[in-house]
Design a binder for this molecule. Structure first.
Ligand code: PEP
Ligand code: MG
Length: 881
């Protein structure tokens, strides 16, 4: 294998091998941009090193050959001669991991070459400053000496010299400081600072490889779901110097504003400095536009190159550059990160500029970004300086009083207060408090910490890992680095979209994008809404998947329709029996004789009929899939413990009878118990009542001039026999209702596929089903053997932490396991019944990655909660491009 690529050999398609940085340096070189010469050591070499503990044997010779070539091209030798070549050694993985891995600059300086550099540049101060930086960076990153040891000595030297900062140190003072740094190295490692430039280079390369597995990098990869086995590439590049005086400097530039997408000149510049000075934020930069005055020629050249890059990458690029004595060099570029709003604006702008087509524009945005734009947000103009910053773990804007333990959070929430639960980290014991809270804030943990996983699952706003906060649960305080104390009851505002936490109440503004979907804001309300409007149009035109809603009320149905749903894919009828009507279902379940049951059913029928009429009217002309009752029984019965206590205290006869019945029906695993079709088969008349309500509601809507399109769906079917029995009865009920109303009723009868057995026998089931809807919630539960009500809060955080899966299978469909059952059942179903309509109505129907999968499997539609509908439309469009 080839382990080293010259910048002239690679291109941007090789980012897996050369890392993003190496691939883009090669691409810029190919484009003829002024990139200092150099070469990139591949990720394959790093993987080999990480596997065996030593660099691959061939690497040394390859590096030698490329170093020779570099020396020939520059006419200089690494660390030798009158004009010594110096190089930088920089990490660069396929996906950028900003600041997570190591960089060493000025490799090649030694006690001799520092003097040559001084003579060559005529700048002794510069030469010693560069050497000082090398010993410091090398000591820290390659030799593992703690940074403070260097920083303290530097601060002492600055203080002794009476200077404001290190730029005030003279050559002699920097020389003495360098010697002190060298002594420190010797003291700590037992060896002098290496004088051989090649040894410096080899050690630095190894250090960069090692930094792939540093704790910071590992944590970052876990959070960003980047696989650990990829490894990093290492780019070795001839040094150019931004610290050679006032006509030199270094900066960053964006071809568009990464926050808004506006085209223009964005970035920062720092005169007489090297790159790490900008990143470290030690000195104040000036806006890039100021460069026009400082160095008009370089500025003009930079603008020209920015345009070249934009026109080549056809996207927002970010750039690192250095000016060495009036000469501009490009040190890095990449397609830049951007906010969700900027992503939409830029995609549309590029289409309008004729640079990309609509399909490409769809690829440039994501459902995740759209979802972000749909959360209410804090009014940025009104926000004070943040109190703390952490990981943006679960989006949203939450305001409430700080509370430091879950029980008190529950108590205060019960009094009607909005609560922010503040914890060092959360555990499953905190669950009650998390449910009660409007927002969650932790000092520890990343995007896969318990707090983050559970909060996302519940749709709670969450910021985690706000490390500058010291949380003292006993004292009920959180203290910031500067000593500000937050006490229980203090108001906090938590921004789960940016990770910022504010003291006090920051005003919340509704999402303009939601107002647009709601129809309360016009499509040209502002340029973001206009961009979203156009992108949604492209997505709708491109997509093949239909999008329906999971909705149980007319209000939800109406909203879903405004958001673009073309029908209801799941109406959970058990949701129609909560609240006051729960007692009616309870009476039905507990009825001791047929008469009692009939009375309960007769009371339910008109209520159901009225519900359905409303739903059909809200979705007039569009399909409405009504699922027959699928209650976990316990949700409809009094709590066993509460009831036992009441019986013990009050001894009422009716309670005693009730208790006996509840005991009889009590289940250890209600989600696997008497649910769905099973209930329909053992409680006579229940399903018939529901089917009759659907049929009569349809007939009544029709008579009133409407166009109702009901579909009836049977839940939790495991075998075709269950379906046959229910179907036969349903057909009779529908026929009777049609006759009674003197109309024709054509109501498809279908089934959910949500048990492995149903998926495995889908061919048989399809013979008796007019459609399938995949219930991927239950299918995930039963395929994995994961209790859907329990596992996310108990051990999922540990599983995510260990990388067993990157995301909860209840959130994103497990394509290998659950997904392959879906695929097989879809095939078998359509083989048995060509044209069989296929949908999905589990939570996955609104998840971006899952929508893509359902498109690939060839389903007809996805059904999801009303708020996810725009996301599903967009992702369905993206999947089709
Ligand atoms: C499912 O199981 O995926 C489903 C949609 O049904 P429920 O969530 O109501 O069980
Ligand atoms: Mg289900």
């Amino acid at each position: 294998a080839k382990f080293v690529y010259d910048f002239t050999e690679g291109h941007r398609g090789l980012s897996g091998l050369l890392g993003g940085k190496g691939a883009n340096l090669a691409e810029m070189t190919r484009l003829g941009l002024p990139v200092p010469p150099g070469f990139t050591i591949t990720t394959a070499a790093c993987r080999e090193y990480l596997r065996t503990g030593t660099p691959p044997p061939a690497l040394r010779d390859e590096v030698s050959a490329h170093l020779d070539a570099l020396e020939r091209r520059t006419g200089r030798r690494l660390g030798r001669g009158a004009d010594p070549l110096l190089v930088s050694v920089r990490s660069g993985a396929e996906r950028s991991m900003p600041g997570m891995m190591d960089t060493v600059l000025n490799i090649g300086l030694s006690d001799t070459s520092v003097r040559s550099l001084a003579a060559q540049t005529g700048d002794e101060r510069f030469a010693w400053d560069s050497y000082r930086r090398l010993v410091q960076m090398f000591g820290e990153t390659v030799l593992g000496i703690e940074g403070d040891a260097f920083a303290d000595r530097l601060a002492d030297a600055v203080a002794q010299a009476g200077a404001a900062d290190e730029t005030g140190l003279a050559a002699g003072q920097l020389e003495r400081l360098t010697r002190m740094f060298q002594d420190l190295v010797c003291e700590r490692t037992g060896r002098p600072f290496p004088q051989d430039p090649r040894e410096q280079l080899d050690l630095a390369v190894r250090a960069v490889f090692d930094s792939w597995n540093g704790p910071r990098a590992r944590l970052y990869r876990r959070q960003e779901r980047i696989p650990h086995h990829l490894g990093t590439a290492v780019s070795v590049c001839a040094m150019v110097f931004g610290n050679l005086g006032q006509d030199s400097g270094t900066g960053v530039a964006f071809t568009r504003d990464p926050a808004t997408g506006q085209q223009g000149v964005y970035g920062d510049y720092l005169r007489n400095a090297q790159g790490e000075d900008v990143v470290a934020g030690i000195r104040n930069t000036v806006p890039l536009a100021a460069l026009e005055r400082l160095d008009p020629a370089s500025y003009a050249e930079l603008l020209r190159l920015m345009e070249v890059l934009e026109n080549h990458y056809l996207d927002l690029c970010d750039i690192e550059f250095t000016i060495e004595r009036g000469r501009l060099w490009m040190l890095q570029t990449r397609v830049g990160k951007r906010t969700a709003a900027a992503a939409f604006r830029i995609a549309v702008q590029l289409v309008d500029q004729g640079l990309i087509d609509e399909a490409e524009a769809l690829r440039r945005v994501s459902g995740e970004q759209l979802a972000h734009l749909m959360f209410p947000r804090f009014d940025s103009g009104a926000a004070p300086a943040p109190l703390a910053r952490g990981v943006a773990a679960s989006p949203g804007a939450a305001v409430g009083v700080a509370v430091f333990d879950p029980a008190r959070a529950v108590a205060r929430a019960a009094r009607g207060e909005r609560v922010i639960l503040v914890r060092r980290e959360t555990t499953p014991d905190d669950l009650d408090g998390m449910i009660a809270a409007a927002g969650i804030l932790t000092a520890r943990g990343g995007k896969t910490s318990h707090a983050a996983v559970v909060a996302r699952g519940m749709g709670r706003t969450c910021v985690c890992g706000a490390e500058e906060l010291r949380v003292d649960h006993a004292a009920r305080t959180a203290t910031t680095a500067d000593g500000t104390v937050v006490r229980e009851g203090d108001v906090l505002s938590v921004d789960g979209t940016t990770g910022r936490v504010y003291r006090g109440e920051v005003p919340v503004v509704p999402s303009a994008v939601v107002e647009y979907f709601e129809g309360t804001a016009p499509p040209d309300a502002d340029d973001l809404v206009a961009a979203v409007h156009r992108v949604m149009g492209w997505a709708d035109a491109a997509r093949r998947l239909g999008v329906r809603a999971n909705a149980d009320t007319a209000a939800d149905a109406a909203r879903a329709r405004r958001f673009g749903a073309r029908g209801i894919g799941l109406c959970r009828t058990e949701h129609m029996f909560l609240g006051e009507r729960r007692a009616l279902v309870e009476r039905l379940i507990l009825a001791e004789d047929d008469q009692g049951a009939q009375r309960a059913l007769a009371a339910l029928l008109p209520l159901q009929r009225a519900d359905f009429r409303e739903l059909f009217s809200a979705m007039d002309g569009l399909p409405v899939t009504v699922r027959l009752l699928d209650p976990p029984l316990h949700e409809f019965l009094p709590d066993l413990t509460d009831l036992s206590v009441r019986v013990a205290l009050e001894h009422r006869d009716e309670d005693v009878r009730l208790l006996a019945a509840v005991r009889r029906l009590h289940e250890q695993n209600p989600m696997l118990g008497l649910r769905g079709v099973r209930l329909g088969l053992v409680v006579p008349g229940l399903f018939a009542m529901q089917v009759r309500a659907v049929a009569e509601a349809a007939a009544e809507c029709r008579a009133a001039g409407g166009d109702p399109r009901p579909e009836i769906m049977i839940p939790l079917v495991g075998t075709v026999q269950e379906l046959e029995i229910v179907r036969e009865e349903a057909e009779e009920v529908i026929a009777a209702a049609a006759e009674a109303h003197g109309t024709r009723l054509d109501i498809p009868l279908g089934t959910m596929i949500e048990l492995p057995r149903a998926a495995l026998t889908a061919g048989q089931i399809a013979e008796h089903a007019d459609f399938f809807s995949f219930g991927t919630n239950d299918l995930t539960q039963t395929v994995w053997g994961f209790s859907r009500d329990d596992v996310e809060a108990s051990f999922f955080a540990a599983y995510l932490e260990k990388g067993i899966f990157g995301v909860s299978p209840f959130e994103t469909i497990d394509t290998d396991g659950v997904g392959s059952l879906v695929r097989a059942a879809a095939l078998a179903g359509r083989a048995a019944r060509p044209g069989l309509k296929l949908g999905v109505c589990g939570e996955h129907g609104g998840d971006p990655d899952s929508v893509r999968f359902f498109h690939e499997v060839g389903l007809d539609y996805v059904s999801c909660s009303p708020f996810r509908i725009p996301v599903a439309r967009l992702e369905a469009g993206r999947a089709a491009t």
